[in-house]
Design a protein around this ligand. Structure first.
Ligand code: ADP
Length: 197
């Protein structure tokens, strides 16, 4: 399997790039943000629990997110060539849980791709997205700054957990150029390329 983690702060373009990579490599996109928003809009107990944290820009508790991912892997693993994880893992505990779940299924994370974007650009992008996304957490600059802070405090360290498989990619510039830079890191891992060696 080819299992990618698309990593980076809120607004770094993980969702945008994941959508493009899913097409290119025929992988399954798992976005915990999207899954949580789905639960929220359906008004499920999990969604109601998650809402409090999401609207405040805080992380949803690990056990809630890990349980959701575990179900998703059970449901999809047999049917896909690999996964693109977007917005997960966001804490070291989530990373450890993900590794354990994948090991149990006989697979692992192939690579972590970390998008680099300046804080000023992140705030600008998220405020712009807030004008059309309808996302409560994108409309207030204070909540946006909280999310960036939470990323720096709790999520950035996850890159160290995968330091043997992590690569940094510049996340500013034209969207297709960024996709090309990500592909340049992924291509050497795909079976077609390794067979030539
Ligand atoms: P962004 O990366 O732009 O902040 P996401 O859609 O990935 O947006 O996440 C939105 C919110 O959903 C987060 O601020 C957080 O409250 C919650 N969330 C998403 N993924 C996780 C996760 N892995 N662990 C905890 N909370 C999460």
């Amino acid at each position: 399997m080819l299992n990618l983690i698309l990593f980076g702060p809120p607004g770094s373009g993980k969702g945008t790039q994941a959508a493009r990579l899913v097409e290119q490599y025929n992988l399954e996109h798992i976005s915990t943000g999207d899954l949580l928003r789905e639960q929220k809009s359906k008004g499920t107990p999990l969604g109601l629990e998650a809402k409090k944290y999401m609207d405040a820009g805080q992380l949803v508790p690990d056990e809630v997110v890990i349980g959701m991912i575990s179900n998703k892997l059970d449901e999809r693993l047999a049917h896909v060539k690999g996964f693109i994880f977007d917005g997960f893992p966001r804490t070291v505990a989530q990373a450890a849980a993900l590794d354990q779940l994948l090991t149990k299924k006989g697979t692992a994370i192939s690579i972590m791709l970390a998008l680099q974007v300046s804080d000023a650009e992140l705030v600008k992008r998220l405020l712009l997205r807030g004008q059309t996304s309808g996302r409560a957490d994108d409309t207030s600059e204070e909540t946006i700054r909280t999310r960036i802070q939470v990323y720096n405090d709790q999520t950035a360290v996850v890159a160290e957990h995968y330091s043997d498989r992590a690569c940094q990619v510049k996340g500013e510039g034209d969207i297709p150029d960024i996709t090309a830079a990500l592909s340049a890191e992924i291509d050497p891992l795909t079976e077609d390329n390794t067979e030539e060696e």
